[in-house]
Design a protein around this ligand. Structure first.
Ligand code: NAD
Length: 491
């Protein structure tokens, strides 16, 4: 069961840190054991990325694209292995991993294989009569990336692929509890022809390896996906060196149901939007804000479907909802739910942790919550939907925006003016109309406020990893230039 813990300079590496056991949260059994990396391994990985940078950044876009396109093919061919690893280390239902995590990641790799050849900038031209100006896009350099456990492969791909497409080299630290698919991604990239050192993986804990990487003097950029408090620590560590950062942090997405909405669509959308990945999704629907006339029917409809959700073995294709990631995380979710009634919340269904070794938790609906309550304001990151009503459209938008987060939100209405207003006024990086959750490689993902800044996916994400250089060339050939008079006159 012992395995290489890191991937440095194009090869698997067994590091010397303490042994870590990857646990399957569905049954508590060990999935793999490996030695954690240590800060010295971060130094080696960063040195390897630094050495590999000139070659990769100097390759033509077509050469980079060819390697990434091959990686997409290899990842597609490795689908069953990637699904098996993702399901065993996270407990996510096999249907989700097969239909969402892995094909979504393959598509994202494929997208960046194409995007590598589409660098954009202003036209090269004579913006001054005496000069030709041109824009160059250059790789930022060595990128340090830190990722969470909820979608290990997708989160790695969202960060690593635009960086590679841009010509950067990368050192990535996955969450120590879910390293498997990130290591497989590095192996597949190597098989696809990625030169040694261009993509390195160090698997270690956040406190030592994560902080060593975030604060490393010899990286050029730090990108992070994870919780808001850790993201801020990462930003502070990078700021010591003035390094560029990009942060994808927590969320608390509003789900606004206006009184003209298709109620059935809203109910089904709320169930799927709240329960995806057992609610361990930064964009999950968490705060339903429902027009008074629809409120009781919405609550009853969601509760009816929540009760029918099949919770159980993630390997079974009939399973809808897998376990939470760890026993500790389940205790956190259960604690928040159990405190909700003290703040006026009514637990309509769920709030139950089934017996057994897995860290399962039933879909939970909490109605009538107070705006000040913990379950309404803080990220729960579990299969829990909270509900409040609103009085008029102004109140709906106010409640939607009454959060420090701003990652995503949705509005449910058949009124085109309401839809336009919601898309304009909901303060979040993504607003869905009559849907909640879908993402697409061509369009950006990323938040406002406490949800971070910068984009994953799309051409916008590629730009995060590129520096813009202006090259201005004299085209007159004269020694005594007109503008010199503003500084000195030749006497
Ligand atoms: P986390 O912040 O606890 O950990 C994220 C990563 O940071 C892990 O690899 C961890 O080991 C590392 N880390 C921990 N302490 C560190 C430190 N001091 N220095 C450097 N690295 C450190 O988050 P999590 O529990 O793994 O993931 C859940 C969180 O991620 C939720 O808040 C969720 O909303 C967020 N998330 C956001 C997005 C997005 O796109 N905005 C996507 C997925 C998850």
């Amino acid at each position: 069961m012992g395995m290489a813990s890191s991937w440095i300079d194009g090869a698997p590496v067994t590091t010397a840190g303490a042994t870590h056991t990857v646990i399957n949260p569905a049954d508590g059994n060990a999935v793999a054991e490996y030695a954690l990396a240590q800060p010295a391994d971060v130094d080696r990985a960063v040195a390897s990325a630094r050495a590999a940078l000139p070659g990769w950044a100097g390759a033509t876009p077509a050469e980079r694209s060819a390697v990434l396109a091959k990686l997409a093919r290899l990842a597609d061919e490795a689908t069953s292995d990637l699904v098996a690893e993702e399901v065993s280390q996270t407990g996510k239902p096999v249907r989700l991993a097969t239909e969402f995590d892995v094909p979504g990641s393959v598509d994202n790799i494929d997208f960046f294989a194409g995007a590598a050849r589409h660098l954009e900038g202003k036209a090269s031209a004579e913006y001054s009569p005496d000069h030709t100006s041109a824009i160059r896009r250059e790789a930022v350099g060595v990128v340090a990336t830190i990722t969470p456990w909820n979608y290990p492969l997708q989160m790695a791909v969202w960060k690593v692929l635009p960086a590679l497409a841009a010509g950067c080299s990368v050192v990535i630290k996955p969450a120590e509890i879910t390293p498997l698919t990130t290591l497989t991604l590095a192996r597949l990239a190597s098989e696809a022809g990625l030169p040694p050192g261009v993509l390195n993986v160090v698997t270690g804990s956040g406190a030592d390896v994560g902080s060593a990487l975030a604060g490393h003097a010899d990286v050029d950029m730090v990108t992070f996906t994870g919780s808001t408090p850790v993201g801020r620590r990462v930003m502070a560590a990078a700021a010591v060196h003035g390094h560029r950062t990009q942060l994808e942090l927590g969320g608390k997405a509003p789900f606004v149901v206006f009184d003209d909405a298709d109620l059935d669509a809203a109910i089904q959308g709320a169930v799927a939007g709240a329960l995806i990945n057992t609610g361990q999704d930064c964009t999950a629907a968490t705060r339903a804000i429902v027009a008074q006339p629809l409120y009781d029917d919405f609550v009853a409809g969601v509760a009816e479907l929540f009760d029918k959700v099949v919770v159980g073995d993630p390997q079974d294709p009939d399973t809808d909802l897998g376990p939470l990631i760890t026993q500790a995380h389940r205790s956190k979710v259960a604690g928040m739910v159990s405190r909700a009634p003290q703040e006026g919340g009514r637990i309509v269904c769920g709030g139950v942790a089934p017996e057994g070794p897995g860290s399962f938790y039933r879909p939970t609906l909490i109605a009538d919550v107070a705006e000040s309550s913990e379950v309404w304001r803080d990220e729960i990151f579990g299969p829990v939907l909270t509900v409040r009503s609103f009085t008029d459209d102004d109140d709906a938008i106010r409640q939607a925006n009454d959060t420090k987060f701003g990652l995503a939100g949705s509005a449910w209405t058949r009124d085109v003016y309401r839809a336009q207003r919601a898309s304009r006024e909901i303060h979040a990086g993504c607003v869905w109309i009559n849907d909640h959750i879908p993402i697409i490689s061509e369009m950006p993902h990323g938040g406002f406020g406490a949800s971070g800044f910068g984009k994953d996916m799309s051409q916008y994400s590629l730009e995060e990893y590129l520096s813009i250089k202006h090259v201005m060339s004299d085209i007159t050939g004269v020694a005594e230039k007109d503008w010199h008079r503003t500084v000195f006159t030749k006497r």
